[in-house]
Design a protein around this ligand. Structure first.
Ligand code: THU
Length: 155
């Protein structure tokens, strides 16, 4: 028998201290919250991806009165990538949230979005860095998606 554990490495920054390309990505994610259609949760999630050619694409969550049909910002982002920029790879994703509620901690991708980003990373064969922009300008950096989803599902 072996007792094993996973730990998730991450770096905590302040947005004013990160390199210019990371700051641009985080601020783009923040700006993308304005694209959100979220009349039900009033929880605007913005996601931006920096592609290998340097382009930044934006997406936001899109809700529906039939709640299970709500789309997370990350899923909209990946759908947009595959249909609008086929063949392009993602270097990094930034995520930000705006809401009128007080957020407990940082808003991190849900399990389903982790699985989708994890598969995108496997598919492109190169890491997708993740930056979460929290309140007060804290930025949490993850080197790749596999570290954020131990035992991700693969077929
Ligand atoms: N949401 C995202 O956009 N990404 C996540 O990773 C988790 C949740 C959205 C879905 C819904 O529109 C709102 O946040 C509240 O759950």
């Amino acid at each position: 028998m072996s007792n094993l554990t996973f730990s998730i490495p991450y770096i905590h920054h302040q947005v004013e201290d990160v390199p210019a390309d990371v700051k641009t990505l985080c601020l783009s994610a923040k700006q993308a919250t304005s694209l959100s259609y979220s009349p039900y949760s009033k929880f605007q999630v913005g996601a931006s991806a920096r592609l290998t050619d340097g382009k930044i694409i934006q997406a936001a969550n899109m809700e529906n009165a039939a709640y299970p049909q709500c789309l997370c910002a990350e899923a909209v982002l990946l759908g947009s990538l595959h249909s609008q920029y086929p063949g392009q790879q993602i270097e990094a994703v930034g995520i930000a949230v705006t809401t009128d509620r007080e957020l407990k901690g940082v808003a991190a991708p849900c399990g389903s979005c982790r699985q989708q980003l994890f598969e995108a990373e496997n598919r492109q064969g190169a890491p997708i860095k993740l930056y979460l922009l929290a309140a007060e300008g804290d930025v949490y950096e993850f080197a790749d998606m596999k570290s954020l989803l131990p035992f991700g599902f693969v077929l």
